[in-house]
Design a protein around this ligand. Structure first.
Ligand SMILES: O=C(O)C(=O)Cc1ccccc1
Length: 290
C-alpha cells in the first residue's frame, strides 16, 4: 500500500502517517511516497500514484491549512481518517545561534513561531519552504541558515538544535487527515475495518448560493434540532467574488446513522452545493499517544 506524504524524510506529516499506519496495523504493507508539497500529495492520489494520502488540516496556533481545504473542495479525494500530532518546533542549523541570518520553514511552521522569531531573531530573513524537513535539508548547505522543524528532523539531517521550544505557545497540535480516492469496496480489501462502536465524525462543505438573512442560521439549526454536535466550522473564499464563502463543517456522527442522514437530507434543498468529504473515526486523545 502506497501512502503519499509531505516530504522529504522527517516531516510532521510523516509522523502523522506513521501514527495512523500503526493504528491500522499496516506496518508490513505501507510504503511512504514523499511529495514536494501538499498539492503534490493530492495530485499523486488523483493520478493513482498512491492509495492513501496524509495531509495537515489545522493547527492549534496557526489555524487551517488553506491548500488542504481548497484541494478537498476541488478534487476527488475524500477523508477516511484523522490523527493529531504534538508539534515541538526547534531551530535547527549547521552553525551557531549568532550565525543565523535566514530562517526557513513551511508557512505553518513560521506562523506558529512568529512572536518568538521577532523576539530572538528580529533581523533574520524568513523564507518559506514546501515542508519543515525541506527547510532542514536546505539548512545543511549554509551555516547562516536555520530551519524550524522537529527535533527528530535534526537527527535525520545531522543538524544542531540551536534553540529548542521556538513555538509561540507550549501546547501545539496539528490535526492531519487521511485521504483516498478508493471506494468502500476497495478499502475493505486493503484496510482492517473500523470498530463500528467507536465515535465517528463527518466532514462536509456547503455553499449557500443565495446570500440572504438567516441562511447559515437555518443550516446550523438542522444540526441543533437533531442534537448533532458541531466540532468545527470554517469559511474559505468561494473564489468567485470577494465576500462570497464556502463553509467547511465537521460534526459528530456517521453518515450511516439515520439521524445524520436526515439532517443532510434537510440541509440539501437549502444550499447551492453540498459536498460530502467523509465519515471517519474521531481521533481519541485518551487512547492514542504521539
Ligand atoms: O509536515 C510538515 O513538516 C510540514 O511542513 C507541515 C507542518 C508544518 C508545521 C506543523 C505541522 C505540519
Amino acid at each position: 500500500m502506497i501512502i503519499g506524504v509531505l516530504g522529504p524524510k522527517g516531516t510532521y506529516t510523516e509522523k502523522a502517517a506513521r501514527q495512523w499506519i500503526e493504528k491500522k496495523e499496516l506496518e508490513n504493507e505501507a510504503v511512504l511516497e514523499y511529495c514536494a508539497d501538499i498539492q503534490d500529495v493530492f495530485f499523486l492520489l488523483e493520478d493513482g500514484g498512491c492509495d492513501i494520502g496524509v495531509v495537515p488540516m489545522e493547527n492549534s496556533i496557526e489555524g487551517s491549512v488553506g491548500v488542504t481545504m481548497d484541494m478537498l473542495m476541488e478534487g476527488e479525494a475524500h477523508i477516511i481518517g484523522e490523527t493529531v500530532v504534538t508539534i515541538e518546533h526547534c531551530l535547527l542549523s549547521r552553525g551557531k545561534k549568532e550565525d543565523i541570518k535566514i530562517i526557513l520553514s513551511h508557512p505553518q511552521g513560521i506562523g506558529q513561531c512568529r512572536h518568538s522569531l521577532k523576539e530572538h531573531f528580529p533581523d533574520a530573513e524568513l523564507r518559506t519552504t514546501g515542508s519543515t524537513s525541506h527547510a532542514a535539508k536546505l539548512s545543511t548547505e549554509f551555516e547562516e541558515m536555520a530551519a524550524i522543524a522537529s527535533p527528530d528532523t535534526a537527527e535525520v539531517y545531522g543538524l544542531n538544535i540551536v534553540m529548542p521550544d521556538i513555538q509561540d505557545r507550549k501546547h501545539n497540535h496539528t490535526r492531519f487527515v487521511v485521504i483516498t480516492k478508493l471506494d468502500d469496496d476497495e478499502l475493505k480489501d486493503k484496510l482492517k475495518s473500523d470498530d463500528p462502536d467507536i465515535a465517528y465524525k463527518t466532514s462536509i462543505i456547503v455553499y449557500l448560493d443565495r446570500d440572504r438573512p438567516g441562511a447559515l442560521y437555518s443550516i446550523l439549526g438542522e444540526f441543533a434540532k437533531s442534537n448533532i454536535n458541531l466540532t468545527r466550522i470554517e469559511s474559505r473564499p468561494s473564489k468567485k467574488v470577494l465576500g462570497d464563502y464556502v463553509f467547511y463543517i465537521d460534526f459528530e456522527g456517521n453518515i450511516s446513522d439515520a439521524i445524520i442522514k436526515d439532517a443532510i437530507y434537510n440541509i440539501e434543498p437549502q444550499v447551492g452545493m453540498l459536498k460530502m468529504l467523509g465519515s471517519y473515526p474521531e481521533f481519541d486523545s485518551h487512547c492514542e499517544s504521539n
